[in-house]
Design a binder for this molecule. Structure first.
Ligand SMILES: Nc1nc2c(ncn2[C@@H]2O[C@H](COP(=O)(O)OP(=O)(O)OP(=O)(O)O)[C@@H](O)[C@H]2O)c(=O)[nH]1
Length: 449
């Protein structure tokens, strides 16, 4: 129950060496946003060179010089923050820059640990700078880079001038697969509206959903569906070479040519995709059915026949996005037929990362005791791997929303406003390493009354 509106917001700034942290800090300190910011630098080595690079105006800069790892830093940080508190009338916001090599966890944890600090300060957000040009050199073998991404509430994909849009798209997709709750901005010289990095107000579920309406969705065995209004007759489904030698698909009839009708077929298609597939070679005829077809995609120009028995609405579900294979449909005259509605789904096989996020979105009320016990055991066993968790919960004994966030084993929550009519719901997200989606869902569900 510590976070109140009178607490001082603290932003933790992370990012690998050279990613642009100092550049961002300089902006924050020189821009006229009306906030007085105290900056704490957590520097490597004996002399904090960055101190000279930061354009300090009225802001005070404190420096921690004792290296970067874990507990020593935390002790030092608590001491500095406690000193700052004695002068709390002098500033409105605290910014902590961590070293490029550090896991931001211990720094973020500080605000959940020390009683005095919990009363006075609240973690407003973790902002992570990512060097769009160089991050790929480190992302595979640096735990720090993964942790910095996983901890972030906001990610600045910086140095966009040094890479192509395609590279940026790929990088953003990869980062997003690791931390689906973070808001990602593309920046050059860390140019960003201050409102996007300061005063994030902890975790805002609406914002997370706005970032990715799919992040709370279950994963699907297909990536795409399209609804077509077709006449009776044969259509050609044409595909070029893609990244995979074969792909599962299901062609089925729909109730009507509407988006709702397409949505209604989704659960049925999920069942079909869990069935055994029938392997088909190029030229094969596919009729609308409950059959899962595995179409062979070896070759540059492939074609399957979609045989439509009667005029009506039909849905095509494909394991991969048609764009990956430059796939499209033509009628008998060779005219391209476009889908009336399309939808993309979050795939369940995209995560090549050991760091991922698991979102849970469930109706129903939680039993407080059961939930506390579940969380206690979960964090005792896997706290080291759970970097962040955030959520809004509905407890059976309360009329108010319960908002919480945590870092590793430590977490902090509070009741906020009353639930509105029809709004009660539980939504939370875990971001971490080796997360077991099914076990988390099952464990959470077992706490419902
Ligand atoms: N091309 C390009 N260079 C940038 C951009 N942003 C920052 N830089 C440059 O990258 C270098 C590193 O930026 P810093 O802001 O010092 O990075 P840092 O994260 O503070 O670095 P460390 O303190 O070493 O961890 C500087 O020379 C910046 O001028 C950008 O968007 N594009």
């Amino acid at each position: 129950m510590s976070a109140t509106s009178s607490t001082i917001p603290v932003t933790v700034l992370t990012g690998f060496l050279g990613s642009g942290k100092t550049t961002l800090l300089n902006r924050i300190l020189s821009e006229n946003h009306g906030k007085r910011i105290a900056v704490i630098e957590n520097e490597f080595g004996e002399i904090g060179v960055d101190n000279d690079l930061v354009i300090g105006a009225e802001e005070e800069i404190f420096e921690m010089n004792n290296g970067c790892i874990c507990c020593t830093v935390r002790g030092d940080l608590i001491r500095i923050l406690s000193n700052l508190l004695k002068r709390r009338d002098k500033f409105d916001h605290i910014m902590i820059e961590t070293t490029g090599m550090a896991d931001p966890g211990p720094v973020a944890q500080t605000f959940f640990m020390d009683d005095e600090l919990r009363e006075a300060m609240s973690l407003d957000g973790v902002v992570t700078l990512v060097d769009a040009k160089h991050v790929l050199l480190h992302i595979d073998d640096s735990d720090e880079v993964k942790e910095q991404i996983a901890f972030a509430d906001v990610i600045l994909l910086n140095k966009v001038d040094l890479v192509s849009t395609t590279e940026l798209d790929q990088l953003e997709a990869r980062i997003h697969a690791m931390n689906s709750a973070a808001k990602i901005y593309r920046t050059q010289d860390a140019a960003i509206d201050m409102d996007n990095v300061l005063n994030l107000g902890g975790f805002d579920l609406d914002r997370a959903l706005e970032v990715d309406p799919k992040f709370m969705e279950p994963e699907y065995p297909f990536e795409w569906s399209g609804l077509y209004a077709l006449e009776a007759g044969d259509y050609r489904f044409l595909l070029g070479a893609g990244p995979d030698p074969a792909m599962n698909m299901n062609f089925r009839s729909a109730e009507a040519a509407s988006e709702t009708a397409m949505r209604e077929t989704v659960e049925k298609a999920v069942l079909v995709f869990s069935d055994n597939e029938v392997e088909l070679q190029t030229g094969a005829v596919i009729e609308p059915s409950e059959q899962l077809s595995q179409i062979n995609l070896e070759g540059d120009q492939l074609e399957y026949i979609l045989r439509v028995p009667a005029a009506g609405a039909y849905t095509l579900f494909t394991e991969h996005h048609p764009d990956e294979f430059e796939a499209y449909i033509t009628d008998a005259q060779g005219n391209r037929v476009e889908a009336s509605f399309e939808r993309e789904y979050k795939p369940d096989h995209e995560h090549d990362e050991d760091v991922t996020s698991v979102g849970i979105n469930t109706q129903g009320d939680l039993d407080l005791d059961k939930f506390q016990e579940w969380l206690r055991v979960l964090l005792a066993e896997q706290g080291a791997d759970i970097f962040r968790m955030k959520g809004i919960l509905s407890f059976s004994n309360s009329e108010k929303r319960y908002v919480f966030q945590g870092v590793h084993m430590l977490f902090d929550g509070r009741s906020d406003r009353p639930w509105r009519e029809g709004e009660r719901n539980n939504s939370l997200i875990f971001i971490g390493r080796n997360l077991d989606r099914e076990a988390l869902n099952a464990g959470f569900n077992s706490c419902l009354t």
